[in-house]
Design a protein around this ligand. Sequence first.
Ligand code: KG4
Ligand code: ZN
Length: 385
Amino acid sequence: MAFYYRDMAFILGIESSCDETSAAVVRDGEELLSNVVLSQILTHQAYGGVVPELASREHLRAIVPVVRQAVEQSGIAMENIDALAVTKGPGLAGALLVGLSYAKALAFALEKPLIPINHLEGHIHAVLLEARQNGSGQLEFPVLALVVSGGHTHLYLAEQVDSAWRYQNVGHTRDDAAGEAFDKVAKLLALSYPGGPIIDALAKHGDAMAVNFPAAQLKHRDRKDRGPAPERPHFDFSFSGIKTAVLRYVETQAMAPSIAIRRSALAQLSKPGVEDVLKHCDRRTLDLVASFQRGVVQDLVGKTLAAAREYQAATLLVSGGVAANSELRQVFQRTAARAGLRVLFPSRPLSTDNAAMIAAAAYPKWLARDFAATDLTAEASLPLR
Ligand code: KG4
Ligand code: ZN
């Protein structure tokens, strides 16, 4: 296929790696023209977590209308879209394949290039898109990026070589992702799904100092890291310990009966809101939730700031679903300011999964004409480099 190239580009992004079907149109990685996100929360709520098979089915149902709506809302005719961008991984294989197969077929039919994007790179570019949009996109390097979501808790040193971005992993979770810990604790305590937003709201009503959860101490190298030891230290996270500590607390404080009452009360409601959950929480539960959130936030901020010192970072980007957390934002802002570090977050709607970040991350690849080969396929564990 022969393409006519120019530097200005309207890119249609498509994202389907987990439980949101999303499509967006972004100009030049800096102007958001549309961003349609269809969440499957109600489908997965009853299970307290994402059910992969159901996620794929819901993506199949949603992909065509979501893409159509995003193009319509952008005001750009389909034939004037310059390129398509799609999430290649990481994520649920079946879910990824829905977006990827659709994007491949659409790109072929429209005779447009297709740009594969790593979902984690997308989260980082959500911050950059909005920074450029509000005129504060000039970054001072080194840049350290924390991607903290339901599937990942990763730290990257990011650098720009010409227009292309390169990433070096300098830390990751050894077990649960931070968002996963929020979701599992919410499920254990019979709050609602997903756990992050509800714990964020409930924590404001509890005493965060009530229960002391010590930060995870990781003394040994990650056994999964093969090869010679890295020359500079890694800043790894672990969240399964705090999750187990919450479980122990529930057992020692005999909280099971009150959890069971809350579970059956909330099961009567089709879509329980914060007020409904709050009505069914006693002080001890609120204190526990606030203390858990504090523990996770302290750990995320402490290790990220230690990595920033080690790598002498000038700018910190914090993105992914958990970046929507109000306490995390406040503590990062306070401590980063003290350390003379500029910290940037995406707006809340662009913190969680969306296709605008995929379209934005594709722009440097558009400039480099870095397009997909015809054998492009999904990669559930795609690393970011
Ligand atoms: O980035 P995302 O939408 O999907 C993944 O790539 O995983 O992140 C979803 C995760 C969920 O675990 C959810 O509980 C968490 O982000 N989350 C939050 C908040 N909003 C979403 N965690 C803490 N506080 C929040 N306000
Ligand atoms: Zn994500």
